[in-house]
Write a protein that binds this ligand. Structure first.
Ligand SMILES: [Zn+2]
Length: 113
């Protein structure tokens, strides 16, 4: 199923294809601070519709993972994963047609990686 997503100021808009089943929260150094529930999807199921110029990229350590956020409103939208090069994490709170509070996330032990 397709879902629309956006950052807070709507500069960044995207679409994902997902059944919204793989919801995780990760305890690595960046995720624990960001504290977002994330949907894990294959990266081909993510399509950026608008706002490539408004996205900022944050990288650290190995520079493998790519963490994207809107440079206007600061909201984390998605990231390319380090542990799965074909995988992407998407901020559940950015998805427009659902209630993120209703989803239970499973713990991903990213701290150990
Ligand atoms: Zn924004």
């Amino acid at each position: 199923m397709k879902h629309q997503g956006s950052c807070h100021c709507h500069s960044v808009k995207f679409e994902i294809e997902s059944n919204l089943e793989k919801i995780v929260q990760c305890n690595c150094s960046i995720c624990i601070r960001r504290n977002a529930k994330m949907i894990m999807i294959p990266k081909e199921n993510f399509k950026l519709l608008e706002g490539s110029k408004d996205l900022s990229l944050y990288q650290f350590n190995t520079d493998i993972a790519k963490h994207f956020f809107c440079k206007k409103c600061g909201i984390y939208t998605h990231h390319n994963r380090k542990s799965d090069p074909n995988g992407m994490g998407v901020n559940l709170g950015c998805i427009e047609d659902i209630d993120p509070m209703e989803f239970k996330a499973i713990k991903f032990d990213g701290k150990k990686l």
